[in-house]
Design a protein around this ligand. Structure first.
Ligand code: ADP
Length: 636
């Protein structure tokens, strides 16, 4: 419930109770004063109209000396009765006269001719008359009365007013009170609501929206709350806080950039010699060696490969964590991609005496839109782990789309599960295996290798794809990793289906005798690259800086240039730009960048400078072959 509604829900009942109590008190006061006024009127009627009239008639009798003549007295008394009857007709009040001593009724304007009981009365002296007045019940109706005695005639005179008449005006007062209360509550609620809105709610809303803005943009905000109270102070504090947040975020981003730059530089520095080690080991393995030497060379190569993998993992992780890993979505045939991947990984599985199977649901002839590279990386990681930890068992990969696809693009959920019958993971270690640098057991490193980064990267990649990875496992029985990702899908249009998706590795045969210009300043890496290119039947010319590369390209007779990026005298980017400016076909020669920089953003810069493709160090035979095939420098 919003704060404004909450306050109104609290205010209104309080107001209602408060106003009702005040109204009840006002009603009681009004009731009392109405009765008081009524008694006043009754006593006034009694003393000023009735007793005066009787006094006057009695005075006339006395003055004329006929007081003791019964006929005259009766005549005068009859006149009094007549006057009272008239008075009853004009005022609506009733009058009764009884004998003071015997209570015998002499005159009554009431229908039944009776006189009401007038005990429990209050006495008051008005002029020379003693008047009793009060409330009584007469013939089951409430009445108000005032009575007095007229001693010369031994009369008790009573003036009566029905309480019902009074009740009418009292209920009018009650209604007015209720209406006034409701009206006042409505008005007061509106006024209080408005005041609360202006002085409390609106500043709170402004502070709240500023806080949301800070959470999203991490920038200093200005809050338009000028009041000089706690909320005003809070707004100022939030402004100061937002300034600090902006400062800290900028510092953190700078630190992150510095970290990423450092990693990029370090990776470059490590990859360059690593390229040499890996390449030389590969070349060494192709030379005649004793068994022992061959074993050493193989170990050397696999150590270098593991080191390269560690560097790649660390780079991947730092990229994801610094927010530089962007999701690059394309539409592709996921089913074929997974099929090819499983065929490829099946080789490793067979080597481990393990059967690798794949099945899918809702995926045949379906085009999926997602980040193919990230999905592939996740699956490779999970399946490689499953194979690694399963000997003589089964690894089953199953993929399904939650909803069947239609010809229209729909949002869908992709679920890929990798189930193995391997060693399993102990329950207490299960929740930590996605942590960085965590292996479920330290003996695992010794026995199976690995860095403990793979699952952490895979989970973060899955999260980038709007999903996650879950695991269930039982020691000795196996594990099941399930990847969920948000994707889009549609039934593959015919044109696409017939064209097919190119998800397979390329690396077809190459045209032999390709004239390659290799620009590489590092002598060892040059030897490695040259040897690998020669294995691909290329004729290699080597230069050791960009300037020489431009000069050689200008002479012509080159089919493709392999251009290192960091070189003395002139770097690869500048050299590429210059070659692209050469006239005619010379400026169109394909250029493949060779770089130890692993960040894709840098690769984009290289391509913008004019490079056609990039091969990341450490270079392998396959990478060189794939790149050449991609540029259609393969067999003619
Ligand atoms: P690593 O590079 O060491 O494989 P991961 O992050 O991929 O790092 O895995 C972390 C740990 O999780 C592994 O060392 C292993 O102990 C455990 N693990 C991962 N997958 C499996 C599996 N399929 N079966 C058993 N244990 C596994």
């Amino acid at each position: 419930m919003r704060i404004k509604s909450k306050l109104l829900v609290i205010y209104i009942p309080i107001l209602l109770v408060g106003m009702a109590l005040t109204g009840y008190w006002a009603y009681l006061t009004a009731y009392e004063s109405v009765r008081e006024r009524e008694y006043q009127l009754l006593t006034q009627t009694l003393t000023l109209s009735v007793l005066e009239l009787i006094d006057e008639r009695s005075g006339l009798l006395i003055d004329s000396g006929l007081e003791n003549v019964s006929v005259f007295r009766k005549a005068y008394q009859a006149e009094v009765f007549e006057e009272l009857t008239k008075l009853h007709q004009t005022t609506g009040r009733h009058f009764s006269i009884s004998e003071k001593s015997s209570e015998k009724v002499i005159f009554s304007s009431l229908d039944n001719g009776l006189v009401p009981q007038t005990s429990d009365a209050q006495n008051k002296k008005i002029g020379k008359h003693l008047v009793a007045f009060g409330e009584s019940n007469f013939n089951s109706t409430a009445i108000l009365f005032a009575c007095s005695h007229f001693d010369p005639w031994n009369w008790k005179i009573t003036v009566i007013q029905q309480a019902d008449d009074l009740q009418e005006s009292l209920s009018q007062i009650a209604w007015m009170t209720v209406l006034t209360i409701l009206f006042t509550v409505a008005i007061v609620s509106l006024i209080m609501g408005r005041i609360t809105q202006v002085f409390v709610i609106s500043p709170i809303e402004k502070i709240k929206s500023a806080a949301s803005r800070i959470a999203v943009v991490h920038k200093q905000v200005h809050i338009d709350v000028k009041q000089d109270d706690e909320l005003g102070e809070l707004a100022r504090d939030v402004e100061v806080m937002s300034g600090k947040i902006e400062q800290y975020v900028a510092q953190a981003q700078q630190a992150n950039r510095a970290k990423t730059d450092f990693l990029a530089v370090m990776s470059h520095e490590i990859r360059t010699p690593l390229n040499g080690i890996q390449g030389l080991a590969t070349l060494l393995l192709d030379t005649p060696l004793s068994d022992k030497q061959h074993q050493y060379a193989r170990d050397l190569k696999s150590s270098a490969t593991i080191l390269a993998q560690v560097i790649n993992d660390v780079l991947d992780l730092s990229k994801i964590e610094s927010g530089m890993s962007e999701v690059d979505v394309t539409e592709f045939d996921l089913d074929s991609m997974l099929n090819d991947l499983i065929t490829l990984l099946g080789i490793n599985a067979s080597a481990n005496n393990t059967l690798l199977t794949y099945n899918s649901k809702n995926m045949t002839s379906v085009a999926v839109t997602s980040d193919i590279t990230k999905l592939r990386q996740i699956v490779i990681n999970l399946v490689s782990n499953a194979i690694k930890f399963t000997h003589k068992g089964t690894v089953s990969v199953s993929a399904k789309l939650k909803k069947p696809s239609t010809t229209e693009v729909i949002d869908n959920k992709l679920v890929i599960s990798v189930k193995d019958t391997g060693i399993g993971i102990e329950p207490e270690r299960l929740e930590h295996i996605f942590d960085k640098f965590t292996q479920s057991d330290s003996s695992i490193t010794r026995k199976y290798g690995g860095t403990g980064l793979g699952l952490s990267i895979a989970r973060q990649l899955a999260q980038l794809l709007g999903g996650d990875i879950k695991v269930v496992s039982k020691v000795g029985e196996g594990s099941c990793f399930t990847v969920i990702a948000e994707v889009q899908s549609r039934v593959m249009p015919e044109s696409m289906a017939s064209a097919g998706f190119d998800t397979t590795e390329q690396g077809q045969g190459l045209r032999s005798g390709l004239r390659v210009l290799l620009a590489e300043d590092n002598a060892i890496n040059a030897v490695v690259a040259q040897a690998l290119l020669e294995q691909l039947q290329c004729k290699v010319e080597h230069v050791d800086n960009g300037l020489k590369a431009v000069a050689r390209a200008e002479e012509g007779g080159i089919d493709v240039v392999f251009m290192d990026v960091h070189m003395p005298v002139m770097d690869g980017i500048e050299a590429t730009t210059r070659i692209r400016k050469l006239a005619g076909d010379l400026g169109k020669v394909p250029i493949i960048g060779l770089t130890a920089e692993a960040f894709k953003e840098r690769h984009v810069t290289f391509k913008e400078a004019g490079m056609d493709d990039i091969v990341t160090k450490p270079v392998t035979l396959e990478a060189l072959q794939e790149s050449l095939s991609k540029l259609e420098l393969g067999d003619e």
